[in-house]
Ligand binder design. Structure first.
Ligand code: HEM
Length: 230
């Protein structure tokens, strides 16, 4: 399946939304929520690292990793390296982001893993890790046989898109959950912070949409087989 649209043009929309989403999540957590901290007596500052790293790390770096394979004007081997490095960064930032949510809970005496968001979150990070390791072993080092690569590729693309869609949807659940907590402890339902959080989630969903559209669109003319002959 392929869209008859040039991937490069769609990838520009992806980059613009990446900048918008990153700025919005930082403004929310630094300006409205008081800042970010690894260690602090104010445990909320430790939590704030979670949405920042999940959005900028897992979702945005992960999305850039996906579009890099399709839209960058480099040779296949170079794009493959960029693809796997960006995904590794996304995965590591995602793991640190989840660790910060646990750290906040543990240091504040809050139970762990009680929500749908957290259960899906664990599933997503495990699947993302499995996908990365399998991709590394089969397509990069030591590398599978030609047949194994050929058979694995459509599954790699399909499974990668599935995990990515789940991650974007789960980040929307996370924004909803946090805003619901904040509204029950007093922030205005139609206030500027509430609008900022909801619009950040909308930008995340739009970002994910354009990442997938780019992945399904036409690669630049000189390299029309990015997804068919790794
Ligand atoms: C795909 C991205 C995300 C993943 C994989 C993820 C994963 C997780 C996990 C595993 C926990 C459980 C921590 C614990 O039990 O100690 C958690 C907690 C939490 N996350 Fe996320 N998260 C993501 C994005 C977000 C975003 C963008 C927000 C926005 C604020 C958010 C808000 C929360 C909240 C409020 C909690 C604490 C309550 C709870 O455990 O459900 N998350 N997250």
């Amino acid at each position: 399946m392929g869209l008859e649209v040039n991937a490069v043009y769609l990838s520009y929309v992806v980059h613009v939304l990446a900048v918008a989403g990153s700025v919005m999540v930082l403004v929310w957590n630094i300006h409205f929520r008081g800042g970010l901290a690894w260690e602090s007596t104010n445990k909320n500052l430790i939590f704030n690292v979670h949405p920042v790293l999940m959005l900028i790390g897992l979702i945005i770096m992960g999305g850039e990793a996906i579009v890099s394979y399709k839209a960058l004007p480099f040779k296949k081997a170079e794009k493959k390296l960029i693809h796997l490095i960006l995904h590794a960064i996304a995965l590591v930032l995602g793991i640190i982001g989840i660790y910060m949510a646990f750290k906040n809970h543990n240091e504040s005496g809050i139970a762990n893993l009680y929500s749908l968001h957290s259960w899906l979150g664990i599933g997503i990070i495990v699947l993302y890790g499995v996908q990365w390791v399998y991709g590394f072993l089969v397509f990069f080092y030591p590398g599978g046989t030609g047949d194994l690569r050929k058979e694995s590729l459509p599954w790699h693309v399909l499974f990668g898109m599935f995990v990515y869609i789940l991650a974007v949807a789960n980040s929307a659940l996370g924004f909803l959950e946090k805003l619901t907590f904040l509204e029950s402890s007093g922030i205005a339902k139609y206030g500027s912070e509430a609008f900022l959080v909801n619009f950040t989630a909308i930008v995340a969903v739009l970002y994910g949409t354009f990442v997938l559209l780019t992945a399904l669109s036409r690669a630049p003319a000189e390299d029309n087989h990015s997804y068919s002959a790794i």
